[in-house]
Each structure stands twice: as structure tokens, then as C-alpha cells.
Design a protein around this ligand. Sequence first.
Ligand code: NAP
Ligand code: ZN
Ligand code: ZN
Length: 348
Amino acid sequence: MTASRGYAAQTAKAPMAPHAFERRAPGPKDIHIEIAYCGVCHSDLHQVRDEWGGAIFPMVPGHEIVGTVTAVGSDVKKFKVGDRAGVGCLVESCRTCDNCVEHQEQYCTGGATFTYNGRDKDGAPTYGGYANDIVVDEAFALTIPAGLDLAAVAPLLCAGITTYSPLRHWNVKAGQKVGVVGLGGLGHMALKFAKAFGAHVVQFTTSANKVEDAKRLGADDVVMSNDDAAMKAHAGTFDFILDTVSAPHDVMQFIGLLRRDGTMTLVGVPEKPPVVHPFVLIGARRSLAGSLIGGLAETQEMLDFCGTHGITSDIELIAMKDIDASFERMLKGDVKYRFVIDLATLDA
Ligand code: NAP
Ligand code: ZN
Ligand code: ZN
């Protein structure tokens, strides 16, 4: 066993606090990573507070993990000691179902193993990246392109792939009008990718203080979603809209902005389900869809795309002890645009 140190929630109401735990000893196909940085995803907050149900405590969150390989098993081919490596939301899957064979491990019908708040094949709980280290099968570890700032790469492992994957799946490209709802961790990556794919991108926000930033990040237009006249001006014009909002909100006001046959895809997971009247879909044969992170191959493709195009996340580096305060700021939408924990501060 590997003695690990991290920060955990002991219950849904407890603050985050130092926590010692054990990981499996690295096997022949495993790599051991000393974690340098871990992004703070809104899913971490939903899960430590058990907003989705089924939480396993104590919970060490974190699935935007980057660091340095410190040991490799005898059968490991992709990594050597000293390499930079990343781990996202998945650490295992059945590897044999149709979805796994088609490199869509996130949809594994046998049940993918999530990086934390999940269970390994032997039933042991998984623990995430708010910790000093992680042990992972090399098949579920990612290679980090050279030249990108490691701390700013961390959020790509979840916020990056979760937005890249649907934009690719629905074939977002030049000549299209694309909307991004919510300018947070996911939203700002969606904006960067949709622009990089050549689309005309409109950012929707509820925060007046993010309007100028959205333009700096590449938005062709920014709309305050509580401005009825501004919303109406875009009615029936969008090819695709990606909704990244973390709290209950009116999704119908965005679906109505789609043109005929347009698609709105939900990636945000508010605590309560949205209300959708069939007429808003029927009226223009619109689709409402959802998308979960991305498979390992596509995550590597996304990282390589970021390496080629110089894309990373806009981050604010935080100390481990400030995690609860950072959760509170995240709840208020006060993040520009991803908190990343500097694990060098773990014991401070
Ligand atoms: P985040 O950084 O907190 O951003 C969420 C944004 O939503 C906020 O910045 C805010 O943007 C907007 N928002 C918040 N409350 C709102 C409200 N009441 N009404 C309207 N807009 C509101 O969160 P994140 O890390 O990007 O995650 C977003 C959601 O995606 C979370 O629910 C998370 O669990 C989920 N998620 C899903 C997947 C997946 O695979 N599908 C993967 C990762 C995360 P403005 O200030 O611009 O309005
Ligand atoms: Zn996440
Ligand atoms: Zn599978």
C-alpha cells in the first residue's frame, strides 16, 4: 500500500480537512504520480456536499490532476520516471463493452470507475487529486504536451474535455453560430474551443462583471441572459448551444434561441432537473442533449490540440487550506476562471 496525504470531507456538512489514507501499491501497468496541481471543478463541490446523492465518505475530491511520474510498473510503455502526466475523471472501465471498444469509456455499460467517489474493481473507494500522489493504470493517464504551463493545464482534464467533446461531436465549425451559457470553468474553455474551431461565438452570462472578460477570451458577442430584449434579438438563430450552468435556471429561454434542427447540449448538472415544455422543441424540430466528459483517446486529442494551439485555462492558484473559501467563491460565480490547488501547500 502507498501512504497518501490529502484533504477530505468526512460528511456532506463537514469542512475540508487534512486526511491520511492508503492507495494500492503500483502494479505492473500502473504509474505513480506526485501531484503538482489539481483543478477545482464544480462537480467536486456538488459531490462533497452530496448534492447528487450516493456520496462515499470520507471523500478526497479532485479530477483535474497533473504532476510528475515518480515510479512505473514493469509493463508500463507510455511513461518513464520524470515525465509529466495527467489524470482526469476516469481511472478504469470494463474495457470490453461496445462503448469502451469505441473509446467512449465514460459511457462504459459495465460502469466506469471514477477518479474519486467511485469504487475500484476490488470495491475499494477511489480518492482524487486533492492529495500528494495518485496511482493509476497508464491506460487512464494522459501525456502533457511540452510548452504548456502545468498549472494551467490541470483544468483541461475535466473542464477542457467536457466542453471539447460535445463541440466536436456536434461538429461545431466555421460558419456556425454557437452559444455558451455560463462563464465559469467549463464555460471559458467552451468559449476558447468554439472560437478555435472557427465558429461565431456568443457568450451568455448572468454576471455583468464578466462581459469584458468574455470578449477578451474571444466571444464575438456577449449577452446578459436577464436582458429580455437582447435575448429576443437572437431568437431562432443558433446552430448549437452548450449549457454549462451549475445551478437551476431557465433552459427554455436558450432552447428558443436555436434555429430549426439546432441542438442544445447540457453539461452542467444542477441539483434540480430543468423544466422543458415540448413546444419549445417541437416548434423548430430542436434537440436537447447531454454529454459526459470524454474518452481517453479524445482527452489526449484535446490535450494535443491545446499544445498545438497554445490553449490553457485561465487560473487562480490557491493554497490547499483555502479550499473551503474557494468553494464559497465558486458558488457565487467569483472565479476567473478556475481555481487550481498548488499541492506544494498541502502540509502548510
Ligand atoms: P463554475 O466554474 O462554478 O461555473 C458555473 C457558471 O454557471 C458560473 O460561473 C455562472 O456563470 C453560471 N451560474 C451559476 N449559478 C447560476 C444561476 N443560478 N443561474 C444562471 N447561471 C448561473 O462550474 P464548472 O466547474 O464550470 O461546472 C459547471 C457545471 O458542469 C457543474 O454543474 C458541474 O458539476 C458540471 N460538470 C459536468 C461535467 C460533465 O461531464 N457533463 C463535467 C464537469 C462538470 P455566469 O457568472 O457567467 O452566469
Ligand atoms: Zn469536473
Ligand atoms: Zn466498458
